[in-house]
Design a protein. Structure first.
Length: 220
């Protein structure tokens, strides 16, 4: 089982969730750290401690970085990724709000190249939809679905080009999943060509405040 875990709640607000995550670190593909819609302006001691515990438990850490669909300057993205590495020991980065358009691909290609040159790996791109096929060639993992369970079961469509890549290159992040159906969501992602997934029961505006029931066995 490969679970990508964005846990967007402060360790001081829900220490139990973070403790459970540490205990289940060996069941994760990676954990996304997001102290303040990015690394924040200064290191957060609670996240420093949580990140250290996760690393000690064997988890791979990704720093959350917003790219604003390609409109954010590369310098800001690179600076955020560097802070995540220096402050929290992040291995790689989770680039959020990634453009899906072919026109933005050259800029993202250059950005990913520079991130790798600076030592970030893996690099995850999250357009949340199936992007231009070129994005799958520059990332270690692409999130090709982010949305509610209702849309996942009723409106998901997989383009043919994804079949030319191994399932390990794709991730589906599904929220508002009924707790009893979380294991089904993982199996459905695999059947749809995504070896990595992260179903949660939470809903907007922040579905990622709690752990996946698949991982915790206790979240609602």
């Amino acid at each position: 089982m490969s679970l990508l875990i964005p846990l967007y709640v402060h360790p001081a607000e829900d220490p139990g969730a973070w403790h459970r995550l540490v205990s289940a670190a060996d069941r994760t593909w990676a954990v996304v750290l997001n102290p303040a819609d990015g690394p924040g302006d200064t290191p957060d001691p609670a996240f420093t401690a949580a990140a250290g515990a996760l690393r000690a438990a064997g988890a791979r850490l990704l720093g959350y970085v917003d790219t604003d669909y390609g409109t954010r300057a590369a310098a800001g993205v690179l600076a955020d990724a560097r802070r995540h590495r220096e402050w929290y020991g992040a291995d790689g980065c989770f680039l959020d709000r990634v453009s899906a358009a072919a026109g933005e691909l050259p800029s993202y290609r250059a950005l990913v190249r520079e991130l790798r040159r600076q030592g970030a790996g893996p690099v995850v791109l999250n357009p949340g939809v199936h992007p231009d096929p070129g994005y799958a060639r520059i990332a270690d993992l692409v999130v090709t679905f982010e949305g509610p369970w209702s849309a996942y079961v009723s409106a998901f469509s997989r383009p043919d080009w994804t079949r030319r890549h191994p399932p390990e290159r794709f991730c589906h992040l599904v929220y508002a999943v009924p707790e009893a159906l979380a294991p089904l969501a993982v199996r459905t992602a695999a059947e749809r060509g995504a070896a990595v997934s992260g179903p949660v029961t939470g809903e907007l505006p922040n579905p990622w405040r709690g752990l996946s029931p698949v991982l915790s066995g206790a979240e609602r």
